[in-house]
Design a binder for this molecule. Sequence first.
Ligand SMILES: Cc1cc2nc3c(=O)[nH]c(=O)nc-3n(C[C@H](O)[C@H](O)[C@H](O)COP(=O)(O)OP(=O)(O)OC[C@H]3O[C@@H](n4cnc5c(N)ncnc54)[C@H](O)[C@@H]3O)c2cc1C
Length: 379
Amino acid sequence: MATTSCDVAIVGAGLGGCFLALLLGRRGQNVVVIEQGPSVPSAGADFLKPPGLRVLARHGLADLVERHGLRRDTIRYYHDGDPIRECRFPDGGFLIRPYRELVELIYTSCAMEGVEFWFDADIDDIAVGDGRVEELTLSNGRKLRAGVVIGADGTKSAVRRALDIEQQTMPYERLLMRVATVPLTASVAQLNRLYFSSEGWLTYLYPINRDQARVFVGLPPEDDKEIFQDGIPALLDELKKFVTESSDAFNVLQPATWQRIKVSSLRVEAYHKGNAALLGSAAFACHPMTGMGMSYTLHDAEILADVICAAGGDEGLLDRLLQARYEPRRDAHRELIDYGDALAATFRDRAAYLAAFRPELHIFGDAAAPASLPALQLT
Ligand SMILES: Cc1cc2nc3c(=O)[nH]c(=O)nc-3n(C[C@H](O)[C@H](O)[C@H](O)COP(=O)(O)OP(=O)(O)OC[C@H]3O[C@@H](n4cnc5c(N)ncnc54)[C@H](O)[C@@H]3O)c2cc1C
């Protein structure tokens, strides 16, 4: 089978891969995206915080993602039923848009820039020689050669493995997560509420559109076995102990289908090697309580696009630019991962959680925050 050549091969059509493909396609790069699934991924984040919204606005995508999205500006936190803090987002707040819709919008924009997508593509081999990726071979025999290869292929990244970059994955073992999509009720439509309990449970309820809500439940593994085997009445008994201002949602939880989701932090020792770099969850993963993974990934894609275009096909220059401009992102990611770890470690303990809580990270991420912050401690 013939070998295809391109300027940039991106493995993974999630938010990071699609957004980078769009930026590069717009700048005249010949881009191929390889995705193992039949389409863009369907499961993922719902919240796009202000830094991510600003990145999209810089590239003329603000109106597109706003359409049909839902704006919110406050999250209220509770501990053992008491409100303990509010986080208020200035300037229009943040956007709720289910992951698949967001990625699909960006994917659709790629078509206008001539980006080629290969779906249902299984990678058989990633040939690495002289510290660079030389060729990708798919299981159907198709081969791809690219000047630059991006691993935007999630936490189990095949590109990262081929590059032999060390990683450290830490599952949040004390907090199993379940999620359900349910009909929207009045209390959920009113406010995003995140409840914690000193027994190690959490519940987060928020709308995803005008009819539906998402409910996350986090709980200790020993309780997960008991509760989800015994069925929903046992779950409701537990929730009633600490979920105090969302009781109208209890009725809709009864018939819900609860999916288990795996959440881990991920740290890697380097973000590039030679002509290849990692992006998104292939490079870092933090606890979703930070709500910032997408915002950082969008900014990282901007940096990568600039670096790739500035290198102009010169691999030595590419390597130096990645070292100088992309590797330093590890510091910002490390801070976010550490912060997610701190939230996950402290939420049972009200005082410790409040001491760990950093509103500026929820609102501004690693972008500069103004001196006074619109966050309110309630107790
Ligand atoms: C439960 C949860 C909730 C979250 N909530 C938020 C939130 O509210 N706000 C926020 O900003 N961030 C959130 N995040 C983080 C956010 O989802 C990630 O930062 C973001 O999705 C990373 O983008 P990506 O492109 O790496 O992702 P992914 O969506 O993981 O894309 C990776 C793609 O690569 C493909 N792939 C994998 N292996 C291969 C292969 N070998 N060959 C070809 N393709 C391959 C996969 O099929 C997938 O399509 C959350 C994360 C989790 C786990």
